[in-house]
Design a protein around this ligand. Structure first.
Ligand SMILES: [Zn+2]
Ligand SMILES: [Zn+2]
Length: 374
């Protein structure tokens, strides 16, 4: 031990040993933890704002001053190729919860998606046809072809070197955390838990759920049920108590002209002066169908529990609820047919003798379309 100490104290060895232990910065453990948190947050923002909202869903446009640094950072901290990421994700939306969904916990099991999400992703990108079919519109410039795509693994090696240079041997641990962040939080938690556990604001046809109302740790992606309901919305929060940090950054960027978000989905507005079912009602109901289905289901559950209805009334409720849901899954329905179906449904709901159902129907007659302000 003494020999080792005196060896490390040698004038030539000492600075090298010092460098191996502390790197160029010599930062304390606390400062390195803060660095790691900022670095991983930046990666999450790159994934949610650039890869997910901008590239996969075209929910916003980003100025090159923002998109280029994010592309460089993602190359260095994830090694993921934009075209492949966008393609796998678009297929997830297109084939949600079926055997063709690249990572549905409903078909593959929650354990598999949560712990081996990155493997599922790697399997999916091996499918050249999938990438070709769903990967349209991804960047195809010189740097993409010659650097990011051709040398997709080089960036993460570069990151390892930078971390070790900055923090010495601890840098390798910082790098390992950075590398594990997206495979676990995005491929595992969002794709797994986000389709398995949490609350639902909307009765979308998939099993998507909002994991937590404050989307900070995963950049707003926690609000996965909202996202599946309004897939092209740049904003993932929906209720007043929900927070989407990704949207906060988009707003800040758009204030200085560096981002151009799409219009937000129209807000559901009830106008007490309205009392008829017309084409406007149908249009507004269609854009809020998942919200209305969720309201109807919730009201059903509450009333059945509280009012202890007779079996006949429960049956009537169930029938009308299912019919309401089925009404909006029919394709190729003319506006006139939709208006007439909805009118007939409301008349029957109001004549059912179930107060809550009649109430819901009266609210439907008040629904009017109005656009939310971004
Ligand atoms: Zn999903
Ligand atoms: Zn999506």
């Amino acid at each position: 031990m003494e020999a080792l100490t005196s060896f490390l104290a040698l004038p030539v060895v000492a600075p090298v040993w010092e460098f191996v232990r502390y790197g160029l910065t010599g930062w304390s453990a606390g400062a390195i933890v803060v660095f790691t948190l900022i670095a991983t947050h930046l990666t999450i923002i790159g994934v949610t704002v650039y890869l997910h909202r901008c590239q996969a869903h075209r929910a916003l446009e980003l100025h090159p001053l923002v998109s280029h640094p994010l592309r460089l950072w993602l190359w260095m901290s994830t090694g993921m190729v934009t075209r492949e990421w966008a393609a796998v994700h678009r297929k997830h939306h297109a084939k949600c919860e079926t055997e063709e969904d690249p990572h549905s916990p409903q078909t593959r099991g929650i354990g598999k998606v949560l712990w081996e999400g990155a493997e599922l992703y790697r399997d999916a990108i091996k499918d050249a046809e999938l990438v070709e079919r769903y990967g349209h519109g991804a960047p195809d410039d010189w740097i993409e072809r010659h650097v990011y795509t051709r040398h997709s693994a080089l960036g993460v090696s570069l990151m390892l070197m930078i971390d070790v240079l900055l923090f010495g041997v601890v840098g390798a641990a910082v790098w390992a955390v950075q590398m594990a962040w997206i495979p676990f939080l995005a491929a595992g938690v969002i794709n797994g838990i986000g389709h398995f556990w949490g609350y639902r604001n909307f009765k979308s046809p998939d099993t998507s759920r909002n994991i937590f109302p404050w989307g900070i740790l995963i950049g707003g992606e926690e609000l996965h049920n909202n996202h599946h309901t309004f897939a092209t919305s740049p904003k993932l929060s929906s209720k007043w108590y929900e927070f989407d940090i990704g949207w906060m950054y988009i707003r800040l960027l758009s204030m200085v002209g560096l981002a151009k978000p799409r219009a937000l989905p129209a807000e559901m507005v009830l106008d007490p002066a309205r009392n008829e079912i017309d084409a406007d009602t149908v249009e507004a109901v269609i854009s809020h169908k998942y919200e209305l289905m969720a309201l109807l289901s919730k009201s059903f559950k509450t009333h059945v529990r509280r009012a202890q209805f007779q079996p006949a009334a429960v049956e009537k409720w169930t029938e009308l609820r299912k019919e309401f849901e089925a009404m909006w899954s029919r394709r190729h329905l003319s506006v006139e047919q939709a208006v007439s179906n909805l009118q007939s449904w409301c008349n029957r709901a109001e004549a059912s003798g179930i107060a809550a159902l009649a109430d819901f129907s009266k609210r439907l007659r008040m629904v009017s379309p109005r656009r939310a302000v971004a």
